[in-house]
Design a protein around this ligand. Structure first.
Ligand code: ZN
Length: 129
């Protein structure tokens, strides 16, 4: 049996962008595992994956319109009627987490960079310099 090296024990979920750790149930196919949970895997097949990709593009577009070092509130990329939608807002956060894992942006709270897998409450986004 192939052993899993220490550095390979953590991955970034391709849907929600949260980091997740190797688990015993994945010992045979860890190389192919892309999602942290069945929920994320199921969602990845639906429309939400498409919307998250759109949100990623919108976030980067909007940030590039701002001057260097400026931040945006994630809800700025949404239409007014979407801003109250908890599910839509979570997709925007997922898009933001993925952009962090790709090294494109940073997530900030009170002007400090936070761990994309572990934050609560309002956030702002900034292009990584
Ligand atoms: Zn996930």
């Amino acid at each position: 049996m192939k052993s899993i090296s220490q550095s390979n024990k953590e991955k970034i979920c391709e849907l929600c962008g949260r980091s997740f750790e190797y688990r015993k149930k994945w010992e045979k196919n860890w190389d192919q595992v892309k999602f942290c949970s069945d929920r994320c895997r199921a969602q990845s097949k639906g429309a939400s994956q498409k919307r998250i990709t759109e949100f990623k593009i919108k976030i980067v577009d909007l940030l590039q319109l701002r001057s260097t070092g400026k931040t945006i509130c994630p809800s700025e990329i949404l239409q007014d009627d979407e801003k109250q939608d908890v599910k839509v807002m979570e997709m925007v956060r997922q898009a933001a987490r993925l952009l962090v894992s790709e090294g494109v942006i940073e997530i900030l709270q009170k002007s400090k960079v936070v761990d994309p897998s572990d934050f609560r409450g309002p956030i702002r986004l900034r292009l990584k310099s």
